[in-house]
Design a protein around this ligand. Structure first.
Ligand SMILES: [Mn+2]
Length: 303
């Protein structure tokens, strides 16, 4: 399936503790993302016009949700970018930046489908659940909160980006790869009713079966699937270029299999690629790995 792909660079690190993820879009472009997707026959355009302010120009006002005003402002712009790309028949791919951007990108995807009386499923590939709120977060870093905000929990300015309230139905939301969850985050996970496929389940039943279940649930009654791909879901041995590495992650073949099975469905509407930190990377090898994984997500086949 040949597609129109809109790449959107989002060079923002305001939601993270460790600086550097604002260089993620550059690293992916240098690793050849655009030609790699064009090689598969897709029509690719590249955009970078969000006007994000650096934290040098900002101050932390609320230590329980740092830089939340600027993050909400950028998320509002991202919501519009996602809608415009989808309305143009394209698949938007947002290059973070930290994971807080997903509050905006998915708000836009959700709004696009809501206008057609449809909804979107969500697969959240991540070492973490990103379901903290300012009340539960040990750090106040907003990149640990986006899945909670998308489900209607947390800071109003984020929960209401694009439209008031939740953007996704918890029955269609699946986290894959989780292995580091904060104590009080568990309460919100239980309350929200989101299914989490932890590393334990991947070990027990295998990546193929976990992916099959996630796709089945995310596509049930939806117009398609948004993939929010946090690079820290991968094992740090193969993907060291992240700010919050956690041992025991998804390995090389499991990650490709996941992307290949998702591509086979033809249901991928849109994607985030977040938390790539070139400061922690080794000669851009994490960015190169991610480019190969995105090729699998967009249809590269072994046979
Ligand atoms: Mn994340």
């Amino acid at each position: 399936m040949k597609r129109i792909i809109h790449i959107h660079g989002v060079p923002m690190d305001l939601g993270a503790n460790l600086r550097g993820v604002d260089m993620g879009p550059s690293a992916l472009r240098i690793a050849g993302l655009v030609p790699a997707l064009e090689k598969l026959g897709h029509q690719v355009s590249d955009h970078d016009e969000l006007g994000i302010r650096s934290r040098v120009a900002l101050q932390v006002k609320d230590t329980t949700a740092k830089y939340v005003d600027e993050i909400a402002l950028i998320c509002g712009r991202l919501c519009g970018e996602a809608e415009r790309s989808l309305a143009a028949g394209a698949c938007p791919v947002f290059l973070g930046g930290d994971h807080s951007i997903a509050t905006g990108t998915i708000a836009g995807v959700s709004r696009h489908f809501a206008e057609q009386n449809e909804k979107v499923g969500l697969i959240w590939f991540d070492a973490h659940a990103d379901m903290n709120t300012p009340e539960t977060s040990p750090s106040g870093n907003v990149h640990g909160m986006p899945l909670a905000t998308l489900l209607g929990y947390g800071v109003g300015a984020l929960v209401n980006v694009g439209a008031p309230g939740p953007k996704v139905d918890p029955a269609n939301v699946f986290v894959i790869g989780a292995r580091d969850i904060d104590d009080h985050e568990r309460d919100i996970i239980a309350k929200a009713g989101v299914k989490i496929f932890s590393m334990k389940e991947i070990d027990l039943v295998g990546m193929a079966e976990v992916t099959r279940r996630a796709i089945e649930g995310a596509s049930r009654g939806t117009a398609g699937i948004h993939l929010s791909f946090d690079i820290d879901g991968l094992d740090p041995e193969i993907a060291p270029g992240v700010g919050t590495p956690v041992r025991g992650g998804i390995n090389y073949r499991e990650a490709h299999l996941f992307m290949e099975l998702l591509a086979d469905t033809g249901l991928l509407t849109s994607m985030d690629v977040v938390e790539l930190n070139p400061v922690r990377d080794v000669a851009n090898r994490t960015a190169e790995l991610v480019v190969h994984l995105l090729q699998s997500a967009f249809g590269r086949r072994i046979l």
